[in-house]
Design a protein around this ligand. Structure first.
Ligand SMILES: [Mn+2]
Length: 349
């Protein structure tokens, strides 16, 4: 197979890291993290454009695209201390969500089976379903908790007559059994959606939302400490899903459904760094960057730095601890770390 590359625009990698081809196991043997682009906005309910997110996040940086980013704060190089490869985009035609999401799920599952952490660049938030489901397909239903940064709960049931869209992935994940309701932690919710019926459903699942009002009252650090303890209680790993609209539109204007009153860019970067440093993160997605609505690349740059803080945190976690590897010990015969043929694609979403 030939590497698919980019669905839109040039086939560039995240800040110049080496490329790989998921269909050629030799090209990603030994990878710690595999970047996947999910250039999909067919699940968008309002302003589209996130199909251009992966390309913007890969390239938004004024420094050389040389596959190296030494962190001033942590004194590690997330792109070099870890083996980070970019597998290009998964082909996801916006007009066919029921084909696009399973294609992504199969790619994520393949990455996990190979012993690498999938880092998915969205794309609208509908991709969180295949992302977390693809991880759970390997590590086990209910064994991975969710830390979800967002202005929105994304727990809608049927929207515009469809079960699939960017307002519903979290409900579908719970219904599928991939993630337990009582290990589903949401941070940054605010505004005027969803309504009471959906909030009641969320409460009945045991979901815990740290709304912005609580974050402001208690402080983000206290909320994160509590959420982290829950996320690691009787779960083997953590999936981190970052909707860039958790950040205030003043710091992240390039997104489809902006909601005033969010986190600062600084708060999100610190939170992502801390989570990836302290917790066994086994999958990440960064979603809802919509370049057509961005201004001066502010939002794409922030997403780039979210990715780098995640990788820097993981790199320091490994440097600090003998048992860093978040994934390989969990595979327990379910993976094919030794470089064999990656497993069969997951069931259709
Ligand atoms: Mn959102």
């Amino acid at each position: 197979m030939v590497r698919y590359g980019a669905q839109y625009g040039p086939d560039v990698t995240f800040l110049g890291v080496d490329r790989c081809d998921l269909d050629d196991p030799a090209t990603w043997a030994g990878a710690d993290v595999v970047v996947l682009g999910a250039p999909f906005d067919g699940g968008t309910s309002h302003r589209p454009g996130t199909r251009f997110g992966p390309g913007a996040i890969r390239t938004a940086c004024y420094l050389p695209h040389d596959g190296s980013r030494p962190s001033l704060a942590l004194r590690v190089d997330g792109l070099r201390d870890l083996r980070v490869l970019d597998a290009g985009d998964v082909e996801m035609y916006s007009g066919d969500i029921e084909r696009a999401l399973p294609a992504l799920e199969a790619a994520v599952e393949k990455v996990v089976r190979g012993g690498a952490v999938p880092l998915v660049l969205g794309g609208d938030h509908s991709i969180a379903y295949p992302d977390a489901k693809g991880v759970a397909n390997v590590l086990g239903a209910g064994r991975v908790s969710m830390l979800h940064f967002d202005a929105h709960a994304d727990t809608g049931d049927i929207e515009f007559g469809s079960l699939w869209g960017h307002g519903q992935p979290m409900r579908r994940l719970l219904e599928s059994g991939a993630v337990r309701g009582d290990r589903f932690l949401q941070i940054g919710l605010r505004g005027y959606w969803p309504g009471p019926e959906t909030l009641d459903w969320m409460a009945a699942q045991g979901m815990r939302a740290y709304e912005m009002s609580e974050v402001v009252a208690r402080g983000l650090d206290a909320c994160l400490a509590e959420a982290s303890a829950l996320a690691t209680d009787d779960c083997d790993g953590v999936f981190l899903s970052v909707d860039i609209d958790v950040v205030d539109p003043g710091h992240a204007p390039g997104t489809g459904t902006p909601e005033p009153g969010g986190l600062s860019a600084r708060q999100l970067l610190d939170a992502v760094r801390r989570i990836c440093l302290e917790l066994p993160v086994v999958g990440i997605d960064v979603v809802e960057v919509s370049p057509p609505y961005d201004s001066a690349d502010v939002t794409a740059l922030l997403a780039s730095r979210v990715v780098l803080e995640a990788l820097s945190g993981m790199a320091l976690r490994r440097a600090d601890g003998p048992a860093w590897d978040p994934l390989r010990p969990l595979l327990d015969g379910r993976g094919e770390v030794s470089g064999g043929t990656p497993g069969a694609p997951g069931a259709p979403a």
